[in-house]
Design a protein around this ligand. Structure first.
Ligand SMILES: Nc1ncc(C[C@H](C[SeH])C(=O)O)cc1Cl
Ligand SMILES: [Zn+2]
Ligand SMILES: [Zn+2]
Ligand SMILES: [Zn+2]
Ligand SMILES: [Zn+2]
Length: 303
């Protein structure tokens, strides 16, 4: 099976990124956004094919949670698809918007799942006064930090960290966003598993002021997704659809003014869970790509 139908180690993904930049220097740039807590480098790829200045940017991150391996697999697939396809809709999008893709956010945790513990979720930072390592990078954001759905226990899988943005992986992305606030129009975070498309809020069950539009975009995306391989997704606000949680990246982005803020939970619903077999990478990436292109097409019409 092809390169894009396999899971790849961190070193392989670093090599893949350098190859993409080398092979498509006019379309792809590599941006170093900061070090991880173990001093590995965190890179974002910027994809743009336009000749006139971009009308805005969209952000897609993968691998915030280490064990969710299909997420980085999707980011690699998606970049390859943006570059390799002749699709008119995609051409329109990459000629108008810059696409920022972060293939592996939690680099230390991802490496750890390859070497030591396949089910690790958090990053690998040391916690003062505790034997337990790691903070949940999706509970460390400065938005109702460490309230419901997060824990102050360093040994918890949803440990919120010492303080908001205490983790270098979070600080790097937050800084990147603050430098580009009016430029970035959409935030999409890719997780697994449960087959859900979620949007703010997760820190309250109330609807956001943009609920109707976000609901519309999610509904369209889920319908397009289903049309590819008959995969059913649920969708709605995080708090109403899964659980209340605080300090999440999508809520932070939304409250910073990035209206089109979404979290994907890819396949499956629990049969394989985080251990999604390689032969399901292709259908998962095909359906998710179709859904995200539908969303970006809606967004590109609004800029
Ligand atoms: N805003 C959010 N959107 C989705 C989720 C679910 C993921 C599932 Se891996 C998580 O718990 O971090 C959690 C939050 Cl806080
Ligand atoms: Zn996750
Ligand atoms: Zn609704
Ligand atoms: Zn099918
Ligand atoms: Zn629409």
């Amino acid at each position: 099976s092809s390169y894009y139908e396999q899971y790849h180690s961190l070193d392989e993904i670093y090599f893949w990124m350098s190859q993409m930049v080398r092979n498509y220097p006019s379309f792809i740039q590599q941006i170093l956004i900061g070090p991880s807590s173990e001093k590995r480098l965190i890179y974002v790829l910027k994809i743009f094919k336009g000749t006139s200045p971009p009308k805005g940017a969209v952000w897609i991150d993968c691998g915030i949670h280490a064990r969710e391996w299909v997420s980085p697999a999707f980011c690699l697939w998606f970049v390859q698809h943006l570059i390799g396809t002749q699709d008119k809709v995609i051409a329109d999008i990459v000629n108008t918007l810059e696409i920022y893709v972060l293939p592996v956010w939690n680099v230390d945790g991802y490496e750890y799942t390859w070497t030591t513990d396949r089910f690790w979720r958090k990053n690998r930072s040391r916690n003062k006064g505790s034997e337990c390592f790691g903070t949940d990078l999706n509970r460390n954001w400065d938005v109702n930090w460490c309230g419901k759905g997060a824990s102050k226990d360093p040994c918890s899988q949803i440990f919120c960290g010492e303080y908001p943005e205490s983790e270098p992986e979070v600080k790097a992305v937050a800084t990147f966003f603050r430098q580009r606030l009016n430029h970035i129009k959409s935030y999409i975070s890719v997780h697994s598993y449960s087959q859900m498309l979620l949007f703010p809020y997760s820190y309250t069950t109330s609807n956001s002021r943009d609920h109707a539009e976000l609901h519309h975009v999610a509904q369209k995306a889920v319908n397009v997704l289903k049309s590819v391989h008959h995969t059913s997704y649920t969708y709605g606000t995080s708090a109403q659809t899964i659980y209340l949680s605080t300090g999440c990246s999508d809520d932070w982005a939304y409250d910073m003014g990035i209206k089109y803020s979404f979290t994907f939970e890819l396949r499956d619903r629990g049969r394989y869970g985080f251990l999604l077999p390689m032969h399901l990478i292709k259908p998962t990436c095909e359906e998710t790509t179709a859904a995200i292109i539908e969303m970006l097409y809606h967004i590109v019409k609004t800029v």
